[in-house]
Ligand binder design. Structure first.
Ligand code: ATP
Ligand code: MG
Length: 544
């Protein structure tokens, strides 16, 4: 059913397969650094990497790029596994860590030294930065660049043995300080960090840098297409240089595509981390966060995220994607799958003065098209709640809901007419007294009455009191000012209502609902009796 994607990466892979350039099938990897939760930008990369492997009959490594022990944790590792699996992808037995290769990486670094292609540099970080030059000026050689191979081997071994403090020495590739590409100006490939690593403990005090690690891990795993985002384009010559200068029999091509940027949010783990630390959100899984965990908690189905990633496609052009596209994808999935229910956000009591004391049970389908979901029972009685917004004492022209003397249909129930408006001492409306028309029952209406509108309601006695949380953009501007996060935040990004849901919703095990006329909601995974609005309905009904 799904038309095949034909982006430039898939074209390239197809071509490689046709030319027999990929013998054992397509192998890709998704290489997150476990220093935060995954966000929807990562989902783009996950869908691409796992997607192409699936389409072309290959497999994908989930490889943790854990070379920076100070910022990494097990919590992040577990969250990443949970999120990738939840998105519907399976790494099978291909779960690895850069740290699995620490011994090999160390040996390749020694090999570079032996070939005269790497040296121990004793400049400070500051001095190295200062001598790197600029985009227009070449860098200057380190005074340690001419150390002998023997001295380099000795120093590197002693770095590993823990004889030196952090920053005292680094290992640098010996490439070209005058290269037009700054990444090739003798980049640091190993540094000293006396930090406990979440997997290797205190075994290592030297850790390899990303650019050195990544290409070697790709080669060791036989990655046939190393897909990464555009900011690595300038690192590609270094990726290739490392693999060309060590004895390794595999050389994956690095292919870059553009990152996802989404309106009204940020996609940097550093900023997301800061928002969690500063408690401007309740955590990584706050339903306003662009994280997979946040989207899931808000009620976004995995299928909607996959569809979104497919629709945005894979290109080399950076662009800003509208939030409305994600909302569209979410509605597409929920429209078909979410059972319907009734909920009242801002309840206004209604008494049906001519209704008998004993209530009755009405029936309604869980879903108008999907009969498999079956029916639910709806209690109906003398005391109901309707949405405060659905009553107007002085209705504007064209108002189709309830007003004094006016008629409206209660969804699945009866037609009612408002006879009396009860107010408190301050003039606020506290109750409506209405009459109902017994012969107007939905499905067997013989009343001949023609109300203009239909409104939702719940039965007061049986409805469950709940908290309903309505979410909006986390940032007011489509492209928030990242220098001033605090004031860029939308003060109304969450609005809470104390409302009700019908009893059948409260007691059901289902997670996602379309509350009629209000939007799509999901049960909160952490808080009891709390529903999160996942997305509005297309014809958005906005209370308040
Ligand atoms: P940050 O810069 O926010 O820390 P990152 O890119 O360093 O993010 P990683 O954990 O290294 O985060 O990312 C793992 C993979 O996900 C990388 O291959 C990266 O290119 C990809 N990725 C990250 N952000 C996006 C994005 N916005 N769009 C597409 N791919 C992304
Ligand atoms: Mg990274």
């Amino acid at each position: 059913m799904s038309e095949e994607a034909t982006d430039f990466i898939r074209q390239r892979i197809r071509q490689d397969l046709d030319q027999g350039a990929v013998e054992g099938g397509v192998v890709t990897r998704f290489p997150p650094e476990p220093n935060g939760y995954l966000h929807i930008g990562h989902a783009k990369s996950i869908c691409l990497n796992f997607g192409v492997a699936r389409e072309f009959g290959g497999y994908t490594y989930l490889r943790f790029d854990d070379t920076n022990p100070a910022k990494e944790s097990d919590e992040y590792v577990e969250s990443i596994k949970r999120d990738v699996a939840w998105l519907g992808y399976d790494w099978g037995s291909h779960l690895t860590h850069a740290s699995d290769y620490f011994d090999q990486l160390y040996n390749f670094a020694v090999e570079l030294i032996e070939r005269g292609k790497a040296f121990v540099c004793s400049l400070s970080g500051e001095e190295i930065r200062a001598s790197r030059g600029t985009l227009t000026e070449p860098g200057t050689d380190s005074p340690y660049r001419s150390r002998s191979i023997e001295e380099n081997l000795d120093l590197f071994a002693r770095m590993k043995a823990g004889e030196f403090a952090d920053g005292e020495h680094v290992l640098r590739a010996k490439i070209d300080m005058a290269s037009a590409n700054v990444n090739l100006r003798d980049p640091v490939i190993y540094r000293i960090r006396h930090v406990e690593h979440q997997r290797t403990g205190d075994r290592w005090v030297v850790y390899p840098m990303y650019d050195f690690t990544h290409c070697i891990c790709d080669a060791l795993e036989g990655i046939t297409h190393s897909l990464c985002t555009l900011e690595f384009q300038d690192h590609r010559p270094l990726y290739d240089w490392v693999l060309d200068n060590i004895n390794i029999n595999f050389h994956p091509p690095q292919i870059e595509f553009s990152r996802l940027a989404l309106e009204h949010t940020v996609m940097s783990k550093r900023l997301l981390n800061q928002m969690v630390d500063d408690a401007v959100v309740s955590g990584w899984d706050d339903p306003r966060m662009p994280t997979i965990a946040g989207l899931r908690r808000r009620g976004v189905p995995a299928a909607a995220i996959r569809d979104f990633c497919k629709r945005i496609g894979i290109t080399k052009q950076d662009g800003l994607v509208e939030m409305a596209l994600l909302d569209f994808c979410i509605r597409q999935v929920l429209e078909k799958s979410a059972p319907r229910g009734m909920s009242v956000l801002d309840p206004l009591p209604v008494t049906l003065t001519n209704y008998p004391d004993d209530g009755e049970t009405l029936e309604a389908a869980w879903h108008p098209q999907n009969a498999e979901l079956g029916n639910r029972a709806l209690s109906f009685s003398r005391q109901l709640y309707i949405e405060r917004e659905d009553f107007s004492e002085e209705p504007p022209k064209g108002f189709k809901r309830l007003s004094p003397g006016g008629l409206v249909r209660l969804r699945y129930g009866f037609i009612i007419q408002c006879d009396e408006v009860i107010k408190d001492a301050d003039g606020a409306i506290v109750e409506l007294r209405c009459r109902y028309f017994p012969e107007s029952k939905s499905g067997s209406d013989t009343s001949g009455l023609k109300p203009k509108g239909v409104i939702h309601w719940v039965d007061a006695a049986s409805a469950q009191p709940v908290t309903l949380r309505l979410y909006q953009q986390l940032f007011t501007d489509p492209v928030p000012d990242l220098d001033d996060l605090a004031s860029a935040l939308n003060p109304d990004s969450v609005v809470e209502f104390s409302g009700f849901v019908e009893a059948a919703v409260a007691s059901s095990e289902m997670q996602h609902f379309q509350f009629e006329r209000l939007g799509y909601y999901a049960r909160d995974s952490e808080l009891a009796d709390t529903f999160n609005r996942t997305v509005t309905l297309r014809d958005s009904y906005k209370p308040g």
